[in-house]
Design a protein around this ligand. Structure first.
Ligand code: M6R
Length: 610
């Protein structure tokens, strides 16, 4: 995961590198570091923990130099300590790395046999010593890097600087993304275009196995891209139009809370891009023919995006009557799935960079399936790789726990399902009109839920004492229960499990006792009676019950029963409403526990390693 930055400039670079890292911290925040070249030597500052600690170090002990690299780390090989923090260096070379060198142990053993002494437990350090050895043997920086890359297995985006060649910056990628940014007086490398956006929007994306050599010859800045075969290649230059404003929390104490409260707006933006508010018809032109005989949909994703996809299965099958399977990308990509040209594979991802989902997309393309990406980040790897792309308009999501991006995914998937139903003639115009009207009313309902969050605050205080919590739901609220449990685990570190309500008695009910609260999502819908019975079964075994419902009448004769009333909605809208409630419960529970809500331990916003 990790974020990397490189800058070759006519001016001092360390502040800019730090600024770029602040836009990449979503990729990891276990440690951070910067190295620059000044007076033909490498200057480096590193720190454990978040970027803020590196800032204090740089303030006390600044570094100069017109060429430099930076890194924000999500630890893979080696614990998140100072010594494992990047950049890794010798006297001659400094390297930052995003990815995993899979054959690092063999390479390390060989290097140790040749007398090399390692100072970290990272896989990255082998890259540094391999390049160093080639430089000692008289190779140029370009050749030293090329020779080294040919020995590496695994995934990497690398930025490399050299003490004896202070006006050269080299980048290389395989498996992990790397972007080149260009302006007259600077050249940049970054893990994504957003990191570079305030400096330049003229960028080019490196392709698999590309190496870029950037040079400053005192008059001009130039860069040359080499393909994996060592041939000079050109990659398309793009002029982007990305927002550059620094995201701020505004009046909110956390980004997560701000993002929860942005949902009436983000849902409205997403729906209005897809549905005409006057005619209640969709604006999407379906680029794929979903009516073909034998066609089936595969939804592939990870984490919360997987739960959004699970919800979509209910809609796609119910409304569009099309077979639909939902796959965890990390399993799908390795289990040799049966795929045919009739399959339509939809990849759902906030970041558009998740390594497993991207690999699954490439697999589907290789099997000639139609591919559609639903992503929140324009110009992300998935947006560029898929045949077609629909954007969720949630805006940048900073909190590691997904909130507004998740509901925006639900919004796109729901409209898409209805549009497919229209193409397949499964719903008539009047049905569609009613459903789209219902969806356009959703932002108002979400505003209503968020008007008074004191009930979630009070509940959060109570739940923060629990060590285990169970969630149940049925239909589209089963994935919402899964998402609610994930949210709670991620930010409060409380163990939580979610079950389809009907499944509870097939094993998990053995867990029930009076110390484990049950959170039941139970709107008054077709399953209400059934879920009510499941709630009774748990209550009679002494567990505290928290029921989220829109049913005014339901009561439970038990010692510890809390009913949270949510607005009455149509059948499409209710899973959105219950999701927002789940987000608030997780947020306030974490707040009362005192955990780091926006940057929970061990996590990163974008998972770009397997
Ligand atoms: O960027 P993606 O949607 O592909 O990310 C997938 C998961 O890593 C992500 O949803 C993760 O589970 C979130 N932290 C959930 O809050």
């Amino acid at each position: 995961m990790c974020g990397i930055i490189g800058v070759l400039s006519k001016d001092s670079v360390s502040e800019r590198i730090f600024d770029g890292l602040s836009r990449l911290e979503y990729r990891g925040y276990d440690s951070a570091g910067i190295a620059t070249i000044h007076d033909n030597s490498i200057h480096k500052r590193r720190s454990e923990g978040k970027l803020q600690s590196l800032k204090s170090i740089l303030e006390k002990d600044p570094i100069q130099g017109y060429t430099g690299i930076g890194h924000t780390r999500w630890a893979t090989h080696g614990s998140p300590t100072y010594h494992n923090a990047h950049p890794h260096t010798t006297d001659r070379v400094a390297v930052v790395h995003n990815g995993i060198i899979e054959n690092y142990q063999t390479l390390k053993d060989n290097l140790i046999q040749n007398g090399v002494v390692f100072s970290s437990e990272t896989d990255t350090e082998v890259v540094v010593h391999l390049i160093d050895q080639e430089l000692r043997n008289g190779k140029t920086p370009e050749l030293a890097v090329q020779k080294t890359l040919s020995q590496l297995e695994g995934a990497f985006a690398l930025a490399i600087v050299f003490s004896q060649d202070p006006k050269i910056l080299i980048g290389a990628r395989r498996g992990s993304p790397l972007v080149v940014g260009i302006d007259e007086n600077n050249l940049f490398l970054g893990s994504d275009a957003w990191a570079l956006a305030p400096w330049t929007q003229k960028i080019c994306y490196l392709e698999e196995d590309d190496v870029v050599v950037m040079k400053n010859d005192d008059v001009n800045f130039s860069y040359t891209i080499f393909s994996g075969e060592g041939k000079i290649v050109s990659r398309p230059l793009k002029n982007l139009n990305l927002a550059t404003g620094a995201a701020s929390k505004g009046v909110y104490s956390h980004f997560m809370l701000k993002e929860i409260f942005e949902q009436p707006q983000t849902l409205s933006d997403t729906f209005l891009a897809l549905i005409d508010e006057k005619t209640f018809e969709t604006r999407i032109e379906l680029p794929i023919d979903f009516t073909k005989h034998h066609s089936r949909i595969l939804l592939v994703a990870c984490g919360s995006s997987y739960y959004a996809s699970l919800t979509a299965k209910y809609w796609f099958e119910k409304y569009a009557r099309i077979p639909c399977e939902v796959e965890l990308a990390s399993e799908f990509r390795y289990r040799d799935p049966v795929l045919t040209e009739n399959d339509i594979c939809i990849f759902v991802s906030q970041s558009g960079e998740t390594s497993d989902t991207l690999a699954a997309l490439n697999l589907a393309k290789a099997k000639n399936c139609s591919t559609l990406a639903i992503v929140n980040v324009p110009e992300s790897s998935m947006a560029r790789a898929a045949d077609y792309c629909i954007l969720t308009l949630a805006g940048p999501e900073i909190g590691v726990a997904s909130t507004k991006a998740f509901t925006a995914q639900l919004a796109v998937l729901c409209v898409l399902g209805l549009k497919i139903a229209e193409q397949r003639a499964c719903l008539d115009k009047q049905n569609l009109f009613e459903y789209f009207k219902e969806l356009l009313h959703l932002p108002k309902l979400v505003t209503h839920v968020l008007q008074d969050v004191s009930v979630f605050d009070a509940l959060g205080q109570r739940l923060s004492m629990a060590s285990d919590i169970l969630f149940i739901g049925r239909g589209t609220n089963y994935p919402v229960a899964l998402e609610g449990a994930l949210k709670l685990k991620e930010i409060s570190y409380i163990h939580a499990e979610a079950y389809a309500a009907g499944e509870l008695k097939h094993g998990p009910i053995a867990l029930v006792d009076k110390t484990i609260p049950l959170i039941a999502i139970s709107p008054n819908d077709n399953w209400f009676e059934k879920t009510s019975s499941n709630i009774q079964e748990v209550a009679s075994r002494g567990a505290p019950i928290i029921m989220l419902t829109n049913d005014l009448e339901f009561t439970l004769d038990c010692r510890d029963f809390c009913k949270i009333l949510l607005p009455k909605t149509g059948s499409l809208n209710n899973c959105f409403i219950y999701t927002v409630a789940m987000q608030c419960i997780a947020y306030y529970t974490a707040l009362h526990k005192g955990t780091d809500v926006d940057q929970p331990r061990n996590l990163a916003k974008s998972v770009t390693v397997e």
